[in-house]
Design a protein around this ligand. Structure first.
Ligand code: NAD
Ligand code: DAU
Length: 351
């Protein structure tokens, strides 16, 4: 791999992945980051890398649905591997407005697969990044395995399931060198504050209500984002073509417990809120998400045993690092919250 096309590299996991590859691996080639820069894409998350790595890092502001633009990006930069992160990623938004999810997640993935197929002589790897949500919801017990039948419940997970099926079919039918990963909930630096953990951190810092859906007992399996990035890089190096790998943190927690931990850590690290003994007093139960999946939990034995990957962070270490990162980066937060990074994008990329 000399020229890797990363899609969605200005989003949360994509930005952490590009940072990981440049800073934590011996990769000496170039990364071409193709990103439409939606509300979730923030090039400021990579501004320091763009300076440090010069022409080894290229940002191309394009839509993955645009076949002509994607073909040019692949050819202009002699792309020989693809790591496909770009997606509409937020479940609540998919419930309110599913259109973009179908366009980007399904059609966008199709466009990239088709273009990669047309360049089979040069492109030796297509890694498709997916989610554990495609498997549906678990009861009190059991774990998602790689061969668990798909049962997506939200427009988001249905669109991701569809893209997974396309990626798998392109390997099966055309021999496209596809690898896939299905990962559990990520958290860490640079996550847009619509997702549970950064939303709760920022609201709790400002003394705003902490909206917990339903009874707060839905369970998610949390993984620190750098562990996910390391898993993807491991699969891209050593994974078997046509094979899918579940990635998870063995950190099952009820949402209410996650929010309590955040409150307690913020009381410790940022000091108590004026007039409140504990930030837990901000917790507010609100109406449940429609179709809310009850429990996710991943069995990641395959990637551990076959590829030797294991997560480096526990939830305790990862959440402390994450909170400290948000405390240390008020400018990034201010820009994201106020939307001012959009004007930064426009001035740099002519929006
Ligand atoms: P994100 O919403 O933070 O970022 C998505 C990025 O994709 C943004 O930079 C956005 O601008 C870009 N994008 C969106 N539509 C585009 C388009 N049409 N063309 C080009 N770029 C476009 O998402 P994330 O949380 O970083 O998730 C990345 C991937 O990982 C997604 O495929 C998601 O399904 C998957 N995933 C996420 C999680 C999680 O917990 N966040 C867990 C497992 C898998
Ligand atoms: O499992 C992997 C998936 O994790 C990814 O594929 C998705 O892209 C990612 O968004 C995430 O989906 P979730 O729906 O699990 O994440 P979210 O942060 O939106 O919610 C986590 C849990 O917290 C979920 O049970 C809903 C609940 N929640 C969420 C928000 C935003 C609340 O109780 N209150 C909130 O305000």
């Amino acid at each position: 791999m000399n020229n890797i096309l990363v899609t969605g590299g200005c989003g949360f996991i994509g930005a952490n992945f590009i940072r990981y590859v440049f800073e934590e691996t011996d990769f000496s080639g170039r990364i071409i980051n193709v990103d439409k820069l939606t509300y979730a894409g923030n090039p400021e998350s990579l501004a320091d890398l763009a300076e440090k790595f010069g022409d080894r890092y290229v940002l191309v502001r394009e839509d993955i649905v645009d076949r002509g633009a994607m073909g040019r990006a692949m050819d202009d930069h002699a792309v020989d591997a693809i790591a496909h992160f770009a997606a509409e990623s937020h479940v609540d938004r998919s419930i309110v407005s599913p259109d973009d999810f179908v366009q980007t997640n399904i059609i966008g993935t199709f466009v990239l697969l088709q273009l990669a197929r047309e360049r089979a002589d040069r492109i030796g790897l297509f890694h498709h990044v997916s989610t554990d949500e495609v498997f549906g919801s678990l009861g009190e017990t059991g774990l998602f395995m790689e061969d668990t039948p798909y049962q997506p419940n939200s427009p988001y997970s249905a669109s991701k399931a569809s893209s997974d099926h396309l990626a798998r079919a392109y390997h099966h039918t055309y021999g496209l060198p596809v690898t896939m990963s299905n990962c559990s909930n990520n958290y860490g630096p640079y996550q847009f504050p619509e997702k549970l953990i950064p939303l709760m951190i920022l609201n709790a810092l400002e003394g705003k209500p902490l909206p917990v859906y339903g009874d707060g007992k839905n369970v998610r399996d949390w993984l620190y984002v750098t562990d996910h990035c390391a898993a993807i890089w491991t699969i891209m190096q050593q994974g078997q073509k046509g094979r899918t790998y579940n990635v998870g943190g063995r950190n099952e927690m009820q949402n209410i417990r996650v929010v309590e931990v955040i409150c307690d850590l913020l009381d410790e690290l940022a000091g108590p809120l004026a007039g409140k003994a504990s930030r837990r007093a901000l917790i507010t139960y609100v109406k449940d998400r429609p179709g809310h999946d009850r429990r996710y939990a991943i069995d990641c034995t395959r990637i551990e045993q076959e590829l030797g990957w294991t997560p480096a962070e526990s939830f305790e270490t990862g959440i402390r690092k994450t909170i400290q990162w948000y405390l240390d980066n008020p400018v990034w937060i201010d820009h994201v919250r106020s939307g001012t990074y959009q004007s930064w994008i426009d001035s740099h990329y002519g929006g």
